[in-house]
Structure formats: structure tokens, C-alpha cells
Design a protein. Structure first.
Length: 218
């Protein structure tokens, strides 16, 4: 199944969520810039806030899948697609490289935070938190979000995405109270592949979308 755009996908996800959550206290947490485009439609129809958890991937030379992500608190979450043995081997062989990447990625996040978009924990306490992605090839961003949310007392955790791989769906079942996934894909290609219009706005425009979503409640 393909979508015209991320906005189109967001409208279809919102249609699934509105009947149950329209009059509940909710907060939408996007997991990427593309997730903001999807999540904005959900937030507008649920009349709730939209925010984003900023993360940066750390990749090892020659590896197709990311090793880990760094979030805006500096927390480091490893990709659970790798075995414990593989992670021990990687961290031993590439220790200095990984530490340098951590610092550089965290610096990049701080530069983005300077332009806005910092997630506010007080908007999440006691709410139904809806994690939104424009597509989940793996569960890495979900694991990072779960780690970020761990100290925050929320009502329910919902994951909403137009597409997810089988391993990502398996992880969702372990961590979420509810899953809204429109397509489960055996062979997940690049997320952009599934959108006819796959262009993303600048990060500045993404931040503007977050800041103005309450003005566009429907």
C-alpha cells in the first residue's frame, strides 16, 4: 500500500484514532521530521499537542543497519537487531569511533534544539502518548522513545505508523498498550519508497509545524 504523502498517511491514521481518543488527554510524539508530518494530522484531529523526540543514528563503517541512536538527553540506545555478542564485538573494535560519533551526534542534536522542537515532559505526564513514525524499518527509534519515557508516568502508550517491518511490529507488541499500523511489510524498503510525494520540509518548517499545530485543530 502506498500513500500520496505523509499528510495523507496521517489523515488515515487519525481516522483510526479519533473514535477512541478524541475526548481523551493525548500527546503526539513524533520520532522524526517525517513523523511530524504524519503526526500533525493526528494532533489536529485529536486536538492535542505535537512534539518530537530528537535522535541521531550512529552507524559503523560498512554496516547497513545503525548500531544505536543518541537522544537529546545524550542517552545511547543500541539496536536490538544485533545480538549481545555482536554488540560486544562492535564496541570493543570500534570503541573510539563510537565515542567520537556519540559526541558529534549529540552536538548535532543540540544545534537543532537551538532552533526549537525540544520535547516538554510536562506535556506528557498523565497523558495517552501516541508515538508516531512515518515508517519503522526497525525498532530502534521505539526503544529510544521507551527509554526516554521510562521516568514519565503516562496513561497509555500507543504506537501509530503507516508502515512497519515484522521485527518492528514484534517490538511494538512488547512495549505498547495499543498499535495502529496500516501495513506490515516483510521486505521493508526505504521509507520514502512508499510515498508518491516524499519530499520533507526544512527542519525550520518542521519546528513551525510543531509550534502552530494548536492553531489548526479541526
Amino acid at each position: 500500500m502506498y500513500f500520496q504523502s505523509r499528510t495523507d498517511a496521517g489523515k488515515q491514521l487519525a481516522a483510526k484514532l479519533v473514535p477512541k481518543y478524541r475526548y481523551e488527554n493525548c500527546a503526539v510524539v513524533a520520532l522524526s521530521d517525517g513523523g511530524v508530518m504524519v503526526g500533525a494530522e493526528i494532533a489536529m484531529q485529536l486536538h492535542c499537542v505535537l512534539t518530537m523526540l530528537l535522535t541521531e543514528e550512529v552507524r559503523l563503517p560498512g554496516e547497513h543497519d545503525p548500531l544505536a541512536v543518541v537522544d537529546q538527553d545524550g542517552k545511547f540506545t543500541y539496536n536490538n537487531m544485533f545480538s549481545t555478542g555482536q554488540l560486544e564485538e562492535f564496541t570493543g573494535e570500534y570503541h573510539n569511533y563510537i565515542e567520537q560519533e556519540k559526541r558529534e551526534k549529540f552536538h548535532a542534536i543540540n544545534q537543532l534544539l537551538g532552533s526549537g522542537g525540544l520535547i516538554r515532559r510536562d506535556l506528557l505526564y498523565g497523558h495517552n502518548v501516541i508515538l508516531v513514525s512515518d515508517g519503522l524499518k526497525n525498532a530502534l527509534s521505539l526503544d529510544a522513545a521507551a527509554q526516554f519515557l521510562k521516568p514519565i508516568k503516562i496513561a497509555r502508550l500507543i504506537v501509530a505508523t503507516p508502515f512497519a517491518s515484522v521485527p518492528a511490529v514484534d517490538r511494538m507488541h512488547l512495549m505498547a498498550d495499543e498499535i495502529v499500523c496500516l501495513n506490515v511489510l516483510e521486505n521493508y524498503m526505504h521509507t520514502n519508497h512508499y510515498y508518491d510525494n516524499n519530499k520533507l520540509p526544512s527542519h525550520e518548517k518542521i519546528v513551525k509545524t510543531i509550534e502552530t499545530v494548536v492553531l489548526n485543530w479541526k
